[in-house]
Each structure stands twice: as structure tokens, then as C-alpha cells.
Design a protein around this ligand. Structure first.
Ligand code: DGY
Length: 329
């Protein structure tokens, strides 16, 4: 550590080349492994730091954002619902994220969950490992067809559009709901049609959620919405857990009001609703939709570059709050 170099707080392990990129411009103070992730602890650890490299489990509240001298919080994720962006703006702190890098990787995984839930891949695996497979049977582990089915995308940002592209290969009809409609030409090119959410839920065989978590999308899919879905439908969530009312989803799955679900995210991560773990008609993943080596490394590199740019007095490429004029000095 040197007296004159800026200091940054790195909350969690970063993949290469993230640490080397950061080290070009700053001394790195590592948040102690296992220390509870409270805003109080994070604020204390950030004392004397000009930047923080955070991840989605770190509560970056006003307490953290008002640490004197803090210029930038660089989140290693496209989502930034863990950061109080309004407070950051108020305190002149840049907030950055990692958009555009993980779209295709996340879309691959959304499709993997969709396929696994529809065709009971995990149940089949458990069946074989449990030595229950005694021979072929006409009615063994029957699933629902993905090909030629209707896919409903709740949110058609970059990731939603990447999922839509994959659906074409399966001859699916794709409908979407979004507060921001796509330009008509793009809809035509992509072969997607905008409908309202109730219609999407009623007509879709597969519903895949791709909206950010905000006050408006919290519990966007609850008991009322699940009740109008087809009993043969599959629900997939790779966005943020609280977009779906997990208790209501458990009830729907238990009562076979839905065929199945594929979940990568949870309402109270890393806790998973205990009833979900006991259900066979849900595929559960530990928030790994963007977890390919290439994508996660690139996310670390971009987050580090964003922070280095801010430390050097520039405007980072991926600012969530561009309204912050010059950032705090
Ligand atoms: C994100 O980037 O927001 C994902 O949830 C983690 O890759």
C-alpha cells in the first residue's frame, strides 16, 4: 500500500483480469471474507476509499454512499437493485454496472431452465441415479413440448430479445409485455408481438421473466397472475427473485396449477423457500445464469475499468446515474 495512491474497497473475489486492471490505478483493500454484509460494515470498510467494487448481495445504502471521498460504486452485474441510486446521485457518487456482456449467456441459461423444466431433465437424472430406471415405458416422465409452443417474455430488453432469438429455432410463437414497446420494424424482424401482461399469461405455454427489480415490478407475478396461466405452462425466472411472489408460486406448483418452473433467483437470496426444495416440478439453480468463465471474467474486467475511469476523473462507460455531473471530488 502506498500513502498517495487512491484506495478502493473490493467486496468479493474478482476474476482475472479484474484485479490487475484495478491495481493499475489504486491500492485494493479486500473486504474480509465471511464478514456480514451489512451496510454498517461496508461503510466502515469503505472509509478512506474512493471506490467500491460491489456485487448484487451488497446493500449499498445511503450510509455507504455518504462515506466522505467516495467517487464511484462499480457493481459487477447488470442489475443494480442492491444500490440506492437516488442516494448515490444525491451524494455525487457514480454508479456503474456491466450491461451488454451477459445477455447471450443469460439467455442460454433461461432456455436451459425452460427446457429442463419442460422435459423433466433433472427428474430424469434423479430417476436414473436413484436406480429406478428398470426399462422404457410409454408414460415415463412425460413433459410438455417446447417446439411450436407460445413463449411469453415479460420484459424485452437485451436479455429478453436474446431469448426471443433462441425461440425462433424452436418454431415458437413469441409474445411479449413491456412498458417500452419495441419499434414496429424490430417487432416485425424479430417476429414478436406485444400484448398486455394478462393476455400474455393466459396465452403462453412458457413465460420467461426479464425485467429489472423496481418498486413497479416487485411481485409483478403473484397469485392473481399465476391463476390465469395455463395449468400446462412453465414459468422461468432469471431476473430477480422478488419479481415473483415465491409463496404464491409454491402454492401454484404444489396444486399443479402450473406444470413446472425453472428458477435461478429467489425472493430472499440465498435462502430458498423451504417448500420449493421439496417439489419435483421445479428446477432450482443458484443464480448462475451469467456464469460462464468468459462472461464472468469480462464482467469483472468491465467493472474494474469503470472504476478506474472514475478514479482518474473520467466518466465511465456504463453509468447508471449519468445525471451526476462531475462526481464527487
Ligand atoms: C446480473 O448481472 O444482474 C446478474 O443477476 C448476475 O450476473
Amino acid at each position: 500500500m502506498s500513502e498517495n495512491r487512491p484506495r478502493v474497497l473490493n467486496m468479493h473475489k474478482l476474476l482475472d483480469p479484474g484485479p490487475a486492471v484495478l491495481a493499475e490505478a489504486a491500492d485494493i483493500f479486500q473486504y474480509p471474507d465471511g464478514k456480514p454484509l451489512t451496510d454498517e460494515n461496508i461503510a466502515a470498510a469503505a472509509e478512506g476509499c474512493v471506490g467500491i467494487v460491489s456485487m448484487l448481495m451488497d446493500p449499498i445504502t445511503e450510509k455507504v454512499l455518504s462515506v466522505p471521498g467516495l467517487k464511484c460504486v462499480s457493481n459487477v452485474a447488470v442489475g443494480y437493485d442492491n444500490i440506492d441510486v437516488a442516494a448515490a446521485t444525491k451524494h455525487g457518487v457514480f454508479v456503474t454496472n456491466t450491461p451488454g456482456i451477459l445477455d447471450e449467456t443469460t439467455a442460454d441459461f433461461a432456455f436451459a431452465l425452460l427446457m429442463a423444466a419442460a422435459r423433466r431433465v433433472v427428474q430424469g437424472d434423479n430417476f436414473v441415479r436413484g436406480t429406478h430406471f428398470k426399462g422404457w415405458a410409454i408414460d415415463m416422465l412425460l413433459g410438455v413440448d417446447v417446439n411450436h409452443a407460445t413463449l411469453g417474455l415479460v420484459g424485452i430488453g437485451r436479455i429478453g430479445r436474446a431469448v426471443a432469438k433462441r425461440a425462433r429455432g424452436f418454431n415458437m410463437r413469441v409474445i411479449y409485455s413491456d412498458v417500452n414497446p419495441l419499434p414496429a420494424e424490430m417487432e416485425r424482424e424479430m417476429g414478436v408481438t406485444r400484448v398486455d401482461l394478462p393476455r400474455l399469461l393466459r396465452e403462453s405455454d412458457f413465460v420467461s421473466v426479464h425485467v429489472p427489480l423496481t418498486d413497479k415490478t416487485h411481485h409483478l407475478i403473484g397469485a392473481e397472475q399465476l391463476a390465469i396461466m395455463k395449468p400446462t405452462a412453465v414459468l422461468v425466472n432469471t431476473s430477480r427473485g422478488p419479481v415473483i411472489d415465491e409463496g404464491a408460486l409454491v402454492e401454484a406448483l404444489k396444486n399443479h396449477r402450473l406444470f413446472a418452473a425453472g428458477l435461478d433467483v429467489y425472493e430472499k437470496e440465498p435462502q430458498v423457500h423451504p417448500a420449493l426444495v421439496g417439489l419435483h416440478n421445479v428446477v432450482l439453480a443458484p443464480h448462475i445464469a451469467s456464469a460462464s468463465t468468459r462472461t464472468r471474467s469480462e464482467m469483472c474486467a468491465v467493472a474494474a475499468r469503470n472504476l478506474v475511469t472514475a478514479i482518474r476523473g473520467g466518466r465511465p462507460a456504463n453509468m447508471v446515474n449519468p445525471e451526476v455531473a462531475g462526481g464527487r471530488r
